[in-house]
Design a protein around this ligand. Structure first.
Ligand code: NAI
Length: 400
């Protein structure tokens, strides 16, 4: 039987997913790219050729994978009908446009995949697709399976590394997708990463790493005098003690939120929600030189060597911090704001998160919190549960 799947997007992730999926046997792969004229450009650029993936392996060798999708279109009416799997492979800010595009053509038992999902994916999905989502299978991966960069738009992409394992949330709802809903997704991905299912959507959300970047930005820039710099500061190696303390405090607030949710709803198992420092020591056990504190661990992690702050160059060759970069414009509305929203619904105060959020929102010209309440005007463009009308923990039941 043919597996029909739609890959949504046109960036690095969508290129890799399209190439991998199209290289499998017995598949009908369609690309849906609603952004600007990308679909047209991609179709023209590719012509009759396959997309070529260069897949790097840890031992320094690499493979080539070739695959050609059957169609690349910006028209959901051509891509969605007949598909059993739809994979979003775009940054979180673009999810909304894809939910809207596919909505008229969805049928029960389709599997909708966020790759990655990012905090608030489930709230947004079940709000925009209110009528159909409970009859579909909704899957959200906690990260992207690969680090990847397009080398030639539409034609070639390099997979720098592939994760061994990747956690995901599966909300089967009333769908009838069989005992192993991830089987078609895993088939398209190939052997790695191995998808591992979380207990519920709150577990990866409250463990999210999107709490890392905003406090680092805060630490470096909240007392900045506004003068251009001669060079770009180091992002992790230049971490301030204050930033590490804030990050740690935000992690504690998420653990407190998990505890409170489990106390009020004992069926929701959140034992897996842990501190960022513990996660970090485990994942980078061989890369961190000094594990004595979160501060030293972040500063001495060789995987982060040389990473710089996002900066814009001025006309005279100096540098200004770039607050429009995804560390702020994604990790705040699709990260911190979602977490603040969940904590607020759980009834947990979050003074540390509030401090970072108050500064971050000012830097990106938004208003999410007013004092310690998530009631600012820009909640309406975030993925906070409040935006979608969730008021109590019981409102989460449909997602659990
Ligand atoms: P990307 O930066 O390549 O995505 C760009 C694409 O997004 C564009 O080509 C377009 O198709 C779409 N897009 C841009 N603006 C849009 C708009 N206004 N409306 C609709 N679509 C729009 O992103 P990439 O690298 O594919 O990453 C996808 C996600 O995976 C992101 O959340 C990223 O943070 C995450 N990620 C990426 C990694 C990588 O190595 N590329 C590694 C780890 C995570």
């Amino acid at each position: 039987e043919t597996l029909t799947a739609v890959i949504c997007g046109g960036g690095n992730a969508a290129h890799v997913m399209t190439g991998l999926a199209s290289s499998r046997e017995n598949v009908d792969i369609r690309v849906l790219d609603v952004f600007s004229d990308e679909a047209e450009r991609w179709t023209k650029t590719l012509g009759a050729d396959p997309l070529v993936l260069t897949v790097n392996h840890p031992d320094g060798s690499h493979d080539e994978v070739r695959g050609k999708p059957n169609i690349i279109t910006n028209d959901a009416s051509k891509a969605v009908p007949g598909a059993s799997v739809i994979i979003f492979a775009v940054p979180a800010f673009a999810h909304e446009s894809y939910f809207e595009a596919i909505k008229p053509y969805l049928k029960p038992n389709i599997t909708i995949v966020g790759m990655p999902g990012q905090p608030g994916f489930e709230f947004q999905c079940f709000s925009i697709l209110r009528d159909i989502a409970p009859e579909c299978c909704v899957v959200a991966f906690e990260g992207l399976p690969w680090a990847a960069r397009i080398s030639e738009f539409g034609r070639a992409v390099t997979v720098l590394s592939t994760k061994d394992f990747l956690g995901c949330v599966v909300i089967k709802g009333k769908s009838n997708v069989g005992p192993d809903p991830l089987k078609p997704v895993q088939y398209l991905l190939g052997p790695h990463p191995v998808a591992q299912i979380y207990q519920n959507f709150l577990e990866p959300t409250l463990n999210t790493k999107s709490i890392m970047h905003p406090p680092i930005m805060y630490g470096t820039w909240h007392e900045w005098d506004g003068q251009p710099l001669d060079s770009k500061p180091l992002f992790y190696q230049g971490l301030t003690a204050e930033a590490a303390d804030l990050m740690s405090g935000m992690s504690d607030e998420l653990i407190a939120t998990a505890k409170e949710i489990s106390r009020k709803k004992p069926d929701v198992n959140l034992d897996g929600v842990g501190h960022l420092f513990d996660w970090f020591k485990l994942v980078y056990k061989d890369e961190i030189k000094d594990k004595s504190s979160l501060l030293t661990a972040l500063r001495t992690n060789s995987a982060y060597n040389g990473l710089l702050h996002p900066m814009k160059e001025t006309a005279d060759g100096k540098f200004l911090p770039d607050f429009t970069y995804r560390y702020m414009t994604e990790d705040v509305p699709f990260g911190l704001v979602v977490l603040k929203g969940i904590s607020e619904i759980a009834g947990v105060a979050t003074p540390v998160t509030d401090k970072v959020l108050a500064w971050s929102q000012k830097m990106i010209g938004k208003e999410y919190i007013v004092g310690d309440k998530l009631c600012g005007k820009d909640v309406a463009t975030s993925r906070a549960p409040q935006r979608y009308g969730y008021k109590t923990l019981d409102d989460f039941d449909i997602l659990l």
